[in-house]
Structure formats: C-alpha cells, structure tokens
Design a protein around this ligand. Structure first.
Ligand code: NAD
Length: 536
C-alpha cells in the first residue's frame, strides 16, 4: 500500500506518514457518502448548522494544534498558520448566520399565470468531491467542505498529497464531531487518487489547484457530464500609477509578492509601474525586500516573516523561470540566492512578455517589475494573460483607480492594497479566463453547492386561466392580442389589438368572450384576496 510521507520543508525531516487510499477505498467512500446523503439532506438546516458550529468550536479549541501541524507541514510561521484558521472560522461564522436566508425557499411572481403559486428552492447535489491544494491546505479545504455540507451535500475530500499531515488533521478534526463525521470521508493520496475520485462519479467536483489539473478534470468530467467547478492558477498584476502613494505601494506590493513565500494564488506576480514613479518605486521596493527576514521557527514568537518553498517542484519552477528571464535579458536588482528550499525575496527588472516569468504562474518570492508609459499600456499588459484571478491598482486618484479597476479582466480588484480582499468573508472571490469558474466566499460559495429547483403549485387548470386559453385551438389572434397588450413596448403597439378588434368582425365575439372571462376572473381574484385578508 502506498504511503505519503510528511516532510518538513524547512528542515527536510520526516515527521510522519499516512496511508494512501486504494481504488476500493474510493469506490466504498463514494457509495457510503451516497447513502449518507439521504440522511443528511433530510436534516433540517438548523440541525445541520448546530453540527457545523460544533466543528467551528473544535477548530477554535484546536488552534495551537492546527498551527503546529501547518508549521511543520508547510514551513510557514505559526502566525501565518493562525491567519489560515482565522480566515476559516470567520467564513464559517458568517455562513452559518446567513445560510437560513440564502438557502430558503423563495416565491416567484406569477406574471400572467396568476392561478398557481410558484417558488424556487436550492437543493443539494448529492456527493461533492472536494480536491484541495497545498499552499493554504487548511483554509482552502475546511470552508469548502463545510459549505458543501451546509447546503445539504455529503463530501468526499481528497487533500493535497504535498501537505498530507494537514489532510490527516482535517480528517481528525471532523471525526471529533460525531454529528458530522458520518457525512464526510477523507481519502489521502496523490493525483491518481484524485483522478479515481473524479472517475467514481460524484455528483459535483470542486477543485482548488493548478490550471493544468483543472484541464484534466474538465476532460474527465465531460465524459459523464459531471458538474465541475474550479479555483485555478493566477498571474496577478499590480499597476502603480502616477498618483500612487509610492511608499505604500512598495511596502504592500512587496508583502503581496513575498507573503507565504509567494505561494498565494492571488499574490502579486507582475508589477507595471508608470515611468513618472518607476525609479522611486524601484528604490523603495528594494528597501522593503531588504527588510524581509527569512527563516523557520516552531515557536509562536518567531522573528521571521518568510519561510521556505513548500516542496521541490516549486523550486524547479522558480529556477527555470529565472534562468529563462536572465537568458532573455532580465536583470536581478535584489535577491536571487537559493539555499535548499529557501529562496531570497527577488526583484527583477528589464522583463518582457516573451519571458515565462511574465506569462506562467511562478508561485515563488519573485517580483518582476516593468516600466510602462502610462495607464493604457499598463492595462494592455496586465490583460495580456491567459489568467484572470485578481489584480491590484495603486493611485490616490480614486476616479482613475476605479476606471483602471473596471477595465481589468480579472475576478477581483484590490485598490491600494494586495491580497487583503481575500479575507473579506462575504466578498465573492474567483477567477475569469483560465483562473477558473468557481466563486468562494459568501452566498455565492454556498449556493454553488446547490441546484435551483422550481415548483408550480395549484389546482387543475381553470377555464379562464391564460394557460388554458393558450392551449385551446384557434386562439392565435387572441394570443397575439394578449401578447401585444401585455408586453407592447410602445403605446401604439399596446393599442394595436384594440384597433384591430374594432376593425375585425371575426374577432369581436372572441373579445366579448374574453371580456366575460376577465370579469369572472376579476371576481374570483377579488373573492380570494378578501378571503385571504379575512383569514389573516
Ligand atoms: P495541483 O493542480 O498540482 O493539485 C491540486 C490537487 O489536485 C491535489 O490534491 C492533487 O493531488 C490533485 N490532482 C492532481 N492531478 C489530478 C487529476 N488528474 N485528477 C484529480 N485530481 C488531481 O495544484 P497544487 O500545486 O496543489 O496547488 C497550487 C495551484 O493551485 C496553483 O496553481 C494555485 O494558483 C492554485 N490555487 C488556486 C486558488 C484559487 O482560489 N484560485 C487557491 C489556491 C491555489
């Protein structure tokens, strides 16, 4: 049986291992979760929320345990681990408060079809397969699992093999809530286990991962028409305009590029600075990079603010992109040194869009900075990407900042900051173009785990019901007249049936009949309304 080693990227030490799931485990898990779905979907929402709040309580009580595992598993500081937990519980807290509103049945206006009542209601899909990444292995799995459960689904979770210790931790936390654990199954393993989960015919697949993996799953799910939603890679641009607070742009831009060692899907991956402030920005951003303290500490009182890359594959990508850029004429103005998985925060200039560094996702602490003539050139270059996750715009002229923000082909724009839009729990987050089609955060996150169903409720059709009249043969003229009267755009269009009726002998009896029916209908409606009011 395959095992997944837990490796601390800062020290290279192995600190445990997990058993990978077998093909039989995958089949059984999906079968079990399909049965469990019949129980969970019938639980009233308030009971589901009670169970999920117990998990929220367990997470808060287990804070030190979680940050310790994240620290060993990814090399990030305990404080950065705390940020993951904080973002998770903030989201869960908001979702549980708002879910009764988001998930409730809603009446739909009847339009012309007044003799029935109509409503729509979000229903769960069934078994949701959640496939997670390693860069924020807690925050990018736990809230997704909880949202799917909140909506009434059961879940099969396949956490990343790179951070398998966090996957085991997530499994253990869920097991501590007996009310919840029968409705989630965690399957550990690498891409093969993920592929088997997708092939196992779940009712919905949710991936957070690379665009390359998204493409593979899109192909696999197309065969079975399984719905597939994905949060994928990014190449987020930052634009610094002439009216920017350059010191703030340098400080928070550097933070956005180097936070989590650059392994953040909406981290700053490319910077475009207008020529008027380019030299000043470069001077200040280098000064900011000099302040970054690299290192690893187990203690919560650590002095470092940047750890190692999380695993070897990331190092290879960073090295390959740097070599390609340098060979094509780029210049490192700060950093560039590599020691094990520790990569210095690196600022690189003279970059062009034919370099991999400006086109492909890097996911490392590398900040390429490019001088541009003006806002127009910055926008053109920022949009010259297959990705479209987030972007950052810097200007103290809010009209200009908003104008640029609205012309960026991305899912979210942050004006005068970086990354900080992500922790806002009710602000939808997700990509356009090849950055994916999912939305996390808020109502949109929870509702994407539901399918909207519609209901038309009433007694058998009445003779004067429009739906009955339109089904009768020889009612073409009548139907056309009703359409014009009801939906005519101009007064002339609306009045046309009346004019035609007055001129058309054939139509007169029909109009008379409709007028009588309308009279009866009005009386029935008036009686029904009076009865309803009397009952109230
Ligand atoms: P990855 O694509 O390598 O792996 C993601 C998950 O998919 C892992 O669990 C992996 O085992 C699984 N997987 C791989 N191949 C599979 C297959 N054929 N079928 C089913 N499952 C398969 O991504 P990663 O390296 O773990 O994560 C980093 C990537 O995720 C980056 O591209 C990053 O931008 C992206 N990401 C996006 C967001 C977002 O919200 N848009 C957030 C975080 C990370």
């Amino acid at each position: 049986m395959e095992t997944l080693p837990f490796i601390n990227p800062a020290t290279g030490e192995k600190f445990g291992e997990a058993q990978a799931a077998t093909a039989e485990d995958v089949t059984r898990a999906i079968k079990d979760m399909r049965q469990a779905f019949q129980v969970w979907r019938r639980r009233p929402l308030k009971d589901r929320i009670v169970a999920l709040r117990q998990l929220q309580e367990v997470i808060i009580d287990s804070l030190d345990e979680i940050t310790a595992v994240l620290n060993q598993d990814t090399g990030k500081s305990r404080q950065d681990g705390l940020i993951e937990v904080m973002m998770t519980v903030d989201r869960l807290h908001q979702y549980y408060r708002h879910a009764p509103d988001w998930l409730q049945r809603r009446r739909v206006p009847p339009g012309l079809y007044v003799f029935k009542s109509y409503y729509k209601e979000p229903h769960p899909y069934g078994v949701v397969a959640v496939i997670g990444p390693w860069n924020y292995p807690f925050d990018l799995t736990m809230p997704i699992v909880c949202s799917a459960l909140l909506a009434g689904n059961t879940v099969v979770l396949k956490p990343s093999e790179v951070t398998a210790a966090t996957g085991v931790l997530v499994e253990n936390l869920i097991k501590r809530v007996p009310e919840l654990s029968p409705f989630v199954r965690v399957l550990h393993g690498g891409p093969a286990v993920g592929a088997a989960v997708v092939q196992g015919n779940p009712d919905l697949v949710f991936l957070t991962g690379s665009t390359a993996t998204g493409r593979k799953i899109a192909k696999a799910t197309a065969e079975t028409m399984t719905p597939f939603i994905a949060e994928l890679g990014g190449k987020d641009p930052m634009i610094v305009l002439e009216n920017a607070d350059v010191a703030a742009a340098a400080k928070w831009g550097a933070w956005g590029a180097f936070y989590n060692t650059g392994q953040t899907c909406m981290g700053i991956e490319r910077v475009y600075v207008v020529e008027a402030v380019y030299d000043e920005f470069l001077r200040q951003v280098v000064a900011e990079a000099e302040q970054v303290r690299q290192g690893y500490a187990v203690d919560i009182h650590n002095e470092n603010n940047m750890g190692p890359l999380t695993f070897e594959r990331q190092l290879q990508i960073v090295q390959e992109q740097l070599e390609d850029a340098l060979a094509k004429g780029a210049r490192i103005v700060y950093g560039g040194k590599i020691d094990g998985l520790f990569v210095e925060p690196t600022i690189i200039v003279d970059v062009t869009h034919d370099m991999k560094l400006m086109q492909e996702e890097t996911f490392g602490p590398i900040m390429p900075v490019m001088k541009v003539k003006d806002e127009t050139e910055a926008l053109w270059l920022a949009n010259d990407s297959v990705y479209g996750l987030s972007a950052s715009v810097w200007s103290n002229n809010m009209r200009q900042a908003k104008r640029v923000a609205h012309r960026l082909d991305v899912g979210s724009v942050n004006v005068n900051d970086a990354i900080s839009h992500y922790p806002v729990s009710l602000l939808p987050f997700g990509g356009v173009k090849q950055s994916g089609n999912a939305r996390t955060h808020g109502k949109e996150e929870v509702l994407q785990f539901t399918q909207l169903r519609s209901y038309a409720i009433g007694r058998p059709p009445l003779p004067f019901d429009l739906a009955t009249q339109m089904r009768e043969p020889n009612h073409y003229k009548l139907g056309a007249a009703i359409m014009r009267l009801s939906f005519g755009v101009t007064l002339q269009q609306r009045l046309q049936p009346i004019k035609e009726a007055l001129a058309d002998k054939e139509l007169r009896p029909e109009i008379g009949r409709m007028a009588r029916l309308a009279g009866v209908a009005t009386a029935v409606i008036a009686f029904a309304v009076a009865l309803f009011r009397a009952k109230k």
